[in-house]
Design a binder for this molecule. Structure first.
Ligand SMILES: [Zn+2]
Length: 425
């Protein structure tokens, strides 16, 4: 714990350095640069490193290669491997900033920048925790891994999913995974809800807008779909509660967002001064974003929407539709009694003097790939930062939060990798 306090300045400068590498996704900028930075840093501390390009995954190109780094530090003998996985990509800047988004400016206890909390602060925290632990206990048993991975913000296919396919998360190689996403230093996140994304199209027939009765308006058909969502689907979803400890409370049920709607002529650019021509739209499309619970399954979720559309096709004249799945992610929930949960829980208690809150995330993160592709169930998200700040302007991370979290992580390493010795607090 003292060793971590002594690394305060190092933690600050490491976090700032990571923020200053603008790893925007899309398009996937500076992935190689941040991997090389981590490569140098971790090699200096006795890690062996591998840089892995996720060739051929979505977005990967010679201009924007999907680079990942996996670093491993072997201990003095056989034992478990504890892996800290952080994504290196950040989302777009957006409007409303009063700080330099890539400046890593520090003001009092807070470091500002895009990715400060989601999740370069968490990455820096895990590195400091591991380095401090290794310095104090060079003869630890087992291994410590730290990875920096691409594309979490766009599904993780060029990052953790690819590494899992290559065997980096096999239970033979790794036994405990901690993902330092910004869930807060006193919370352990067991998993996340599932997600199902689909496009629905209704069809009509084009005609002159002055004689709409000669055509068939696809937008009105879509209106009927939306009405059925309001009267049937939303109330049914709201009635479905989950045992998953999802935060915030509003996400402890099935939810659905209508992501976009479009029908008829394409919208013109803002500087276009012409008027629309008069046509009955023959197509209308929406994209839906349905988040579902561990108690539901993929077939039920898609089947429910499809049944509603089929019912309309039987009962509404000329109603024709198409439904296309865009993406699907299954829910993931680590057991409350899994070793990584109980161990980190004890460390939170020891360091912060309180029992952790066990939570689940409303949205998905890379745990899905570690669970489904890697077949590794002993995985949680635990890290510093405030989830609500993620993707917002003036995103920040607290230095004290990072130090506290680093102590929890180092204490966890001591519990898992010092089998014959009680961790020193
Ligand atoms: Zn994140």
């Amino acid at each position: 714990m003292a060793r971590i306090d002594a690394k305060r300045d190092d933690l600050i400068s490491l976090t700032q350095a990571l923020i200053r590498i603008p790893t925007l996704n899309p398009p996937g900028d500076c992935y190689r640069e941040i991997c090389e930075f981590l490569d140098t840093r971790l090699k200096e501390h006795g890690f062996e490193t591998e840089l892995v390009r996720a060739t051929g995954t979505p977005g990967d190109s010679d201009r924007y290669p999907r680079w990942n780094i996996v670093a491993r530090r072997e201990g003095a003998g056989a034992g478990d491997c504890v892996h800290f996985n952080s994504h290196t990509d950040v989302v777009e800047i957006g409007r409303g900033w009063t700080r330099d988004p890539f400046g890593g400016e520090i003001d009092g206890d807070l470091i500002y920048g895009r990715g400060a909390c989601d999740m370069k602060g968490g990455l820096a925290t895990s590195i400091i925790a591991a380095e401090a632990f290794i310095e104090v206990y060079p003869d630890f048993q087992g291994a410590i891994e730290i990875s920096g991975t691409a594309d979490e913000e766009s599904g993780g296919y060029g990052g953790v999913a690819y590494l899992a396919e290559q065997g980096f998360f096999s239970p033979q190689r790794v036994q405990h995974v901690i993902i330092p996403e910004p869930l807060h230093k006193d919370r352990i996140c067991l998993g996340h809800r599932g997600g199902w994304w689909a496009e629905i199209e209704t069809f009509g027939e084009i005609a002159h807008g002055c004689m709409p009765f000669l055509g068939d308006c696809a937008v009105r058909h879509m209106g009927a779909v939306l009405e059925r969502f309001e009267t049937d689907l939303y109330p049914a979803m709201a009635a479905r509660r989950t045992d998953m400890p999802v935060i915030p409370e509003g996400a402890r049920q099935s939810t659905m967002n209508i992501n976009s709607i479009h029908g008829g002529q394409p919208e013109q650019a803002d500087d276009y001064t012409g008027l629309p021509s008069h046509c009955v739209p023959d197509s209308c499309r929406i994209v839906i974003d349905r988040r579902y619970l561990a108690e539901e399954n993929h077939a039920q979720v898609s089947g429910e929407v499809e049944a509603l559309l089929k019912d309309l096709a039987e009962n509404r004249s000329n109603f024709r539709f198409a439904m296309r799945e865009l993406n699907h992610v299954a829910p993931s929930m680590t057991d409350r009694t899994a070793p990584v949960v109980t161990t980190v829980g004890k460390s939170v208690q020891a360091v912060l003097g309180k029992a952790p809150d066990l939570v689940a995330s409303p949205g998905t993160y890379d745990q899905k790939h570690i669970d489904r592709i890697g077949k590794l169930k002993n995985c949680i998200a635990y890290g510093p930062g405030i989830l609500e700040l993620a993707h917002k302007p003036d995103e920040y991370i607290g230095v004290q939060d990072m130090l506290d979290s680093a102590k929890v992580m180092a204490h966890t390493l001591a519990q898992l990798l010092l089998p014959r010795e009680a961790p020193r607090t």
